[in-house]
Design a protein around this ligand. Sequence first.
Ligand code: UDP
Length: 401
Amino acid sequence: MSAAIGAELVAADLAETELAKADLVVVGSGFFGLTVAERVASQLGKRVVVLDRRDHLGGNAYSEREPETGIEVHRYGAHLFHTSNKRVWDYANEFTAFTGYRHTVWSVFAGRVYPMPVNLGTISAYFGRVLTPDEARELIADEAKEIDSANAANLEEKAISLIGRSLYEAFIRGYTKKQWQTDPTELPAEVITRLPVRYTYDNRYFNDAYEGLPVDGYTAWLSRMADHPNIEVRLNTDFFEVRDRIPAGTPIVYTGPLDRYFGHSEGELGWRTLDFVQEVLPVGNFQGTPVMNYADEDVPYTRIHEFKHFHPERESPDDRTVIVREYSRAAGPGDEPYYPINTPEDRRKLLAYRELAAREADVLFGGRLGTYQYLDMHMAIGSALSLVDNRLTPYFTEGAP
Ligand code: UDP
């Protein structure tokens, strides 16, 4: 037997022993999975093995320092933490302090720059007039009257009912087509209600009570969540390759793609994937702001991130900067799924998968991929805390199924 094969066998045996000792197996080390693992390990005192297919923890919230500049880059796109849920905020603060960062976004359309989300600054600049809040409200109501918001059946109708056709066509239609690779009439109305519309010059992106970025980065935060003697994290480990080593009856929390769990038996759920093209540029400041959206359909990327601006409080080089262009496309085989597209066809498949999931003994599904829901980080943490309260705490303390 060659040494290499021998080493593989030892690794496999070790994994088998750890899996056999686990009280809970968590598949996926993103915020949902780590919250479940941390609570079950520290609050319930149980041994948790967390499996992740990737070579790092944290799922899509993972970040790392770009080696040449030391600038923290969110490897899977910018992650901005915000919540109005006091419990989630307090829980997050157990593992990290937050900076005072307040997210703002600008959007380029037809050679001009406008603040996003749509606010009095956007409306006044777009129509080229100085408008009072009431005048702007009246103008938009007139532009939007073709569709009644209550009856809006898809993203396009909802957006027109909220901001009128002109602003929709400028700032939403092209961007959304690029971002979702789907016509806005095929997308659910809720996607656009994520964005506020304001009749003031307040251009904060989020409305939430609490907001900030982790002072020493996402990876430090995520690592602290996993740093508990009852938690064993196994990276580079695909659940589907080791599942037969998990003793029958061991509870599993699965946060990978829902359709993959069931071998795509009900068909593939549509996901959008992202491609990131990173550059280190020899300038101190490329765009003067963290995120610039590009609304024009003929610009192939949706936005450019300039990561040093997320942490103005940190030291960073004044002659170099890191920018990342974000491109979006439908996920094919082997691509990372990021966002559920959620067409009517997807929703039909989802119902079938939900029925299968409900019948799966010992497996609980959670997180963005595991429930096919557009969850933000704070929502993933909040729903993981609820899962621990409602399902895992009774299971471990009362032996309830
Ligand atoms: N959106 C848009 N134009 C913009 C920003 C957002 O049309 O300049 C739409 C787009 O459909 C997007 C949705 O609003 O999917 C929600 O935007 P958000 O910034 O919350 O998306 P995320 O940052 O999570 O990808």
